[in-house]
Design a protein around this ligand. Structure first.
Ligand SMILES: Nc1ncnc2c1ncn2[C@@H]1O[C@H](COP(=O)(O)OP(=O)(O)O)[C@@H](O)[C@H]1O
Ligand SMILES: [Mg+2]
Length: 290
């Protein structure tokens, strides 16, 4: 589906050249099946975009295409003005369903450091220059502060709640100062207050770190106050645009083939009701036992 052209100011040409992501007519086929076809999407630097849709719609596959991990059957993907593979070092990525349980003895601060140089993980550290060590330490402290994790970053991650772990994982994905941040279902398994808090946190990060963010989610509601654009994937098609254009009852009902209502609360917030496959919350499952 083609993104509607918006009127652009003169000089927008140069901004278009530095779009964080430009996807045009993209299709991906896996196991002989078309997962999605003819997807167009432009994400400008500094934008916060949600990728929404039911389970199995192809959200993770679309993210993997942007990372150069899923080959295209048709169309093109450009990332930060480069090919996906060429831009990889400038992209931060938090994959779906990371389990931290096995690394439960590791401290939060070590988890964040892993984002700086994963290949050093578990190996004796090569000697680093003093200045480099200091600047790495400063950057780690800076992102931990940015995600509000300073109070517990020194604790073992196995002792932390799901919300606290998720904040540290976001810090890990940010530590190398990416220009594009891809978060695949970071709200999954969080309770509603934590979903709202992490959504607000990511909004703050987009402006303070000048990073474009693609966030995959089941449920748009916690994200709605914060988003610049949304992408809905369903039935192999994508619907892309500003929140007010895409989040309407007729468009979502057509996309899902099911009746979906969009309500506006008295304080002006949108609420989407009737999405199939409501998100499965396991509560804050990493909450320490009383
Ligand atoms: N490597 C693969 N080979 C074949 N099919 C796959 C592969 N990876 C994912 N799929 C299928 O592609 C579809 C989209 O998967 P995915 O992108 O993970 O969806 P989502 O993230 O929206 O839940 C699913 O039906 C899934 O089973
Ligand atoms: Mg997925």
């Amino acid at each position: 589906m083609t993104e509607t052209a918006t009127s652009e100011p003169v000089g927008a040409q140069s901004e278009r050249c530095t779009a964080a992501v430009r996807i045009s007519g993209a299709s991906v086929r896996l196991g002989g099946r078309i997962i999605f076809a003819d997807v167009d999407l432009t994400v400008d630097s500094g934008q916060f975009v949600a990728i929404l849709g039911p389970n199995g719609a192809g959200k993770s596959t679309l993210m993997r295409a942007i990372l150069g991990l899923a080959p295209l059957a048709a169309g093109s993907v450009q990332v930060l003005g480069d090919t996906p593979a060429g831009a990889r070092s400038r992209v931060g990525y938090l994959p779906q369903q990371r389990s931290l349980d096995r690394a439960a003895g590791v401290r939060g601060v070590d988890l964040v450091r892993l984002g700086l140089d994963g290949t050093r993980w578990g190996l004796p550290l090569p000697p680093l220059g003093k200045a480099r060590r200091r600047s790495e330490r400063n950057r780690i402290a800076e992102v931990i502060e940015l995600v509000g994790a300073s109070a517990y970053a020194g604790r073992a991650i196995g002792e932390l709640s799901g919300g606290e772990q998720q904040r540290l994982l976001i810090a890990q994905a940010l530590v190398r100062r990416p220009e594009l941040l891809i978060l695949d279902e970071p709200l999954d398994s969080l309770d509603l207050p934590n979903q709202a808090a992490v959504a607000a946190l990511v909004r703050g990060v987009t402006s303070r770190e000048r990073v474009a963010v693609l966030l995959v989610a089941h449920d748009v509601n916690p994200l709605l106050p914060h988003l610049d654009r949304v992408v809905y994937l369903a039935g192999g098609r994508a619907l892309t645009g500003p929140v007010d254009e895409v989040i309407t009852a007729p468009r979502l009902s057509a996309l899902y083939g099911a009746p979906i209502e969009v309500l506006r609360t008295s304080d002006g917030r949108l609420v989407v009701v009737g999405l199939p496959e409501a998100p499965h919350h396991h509560g804050d499952r990493h909450e320490p036992q009383p």
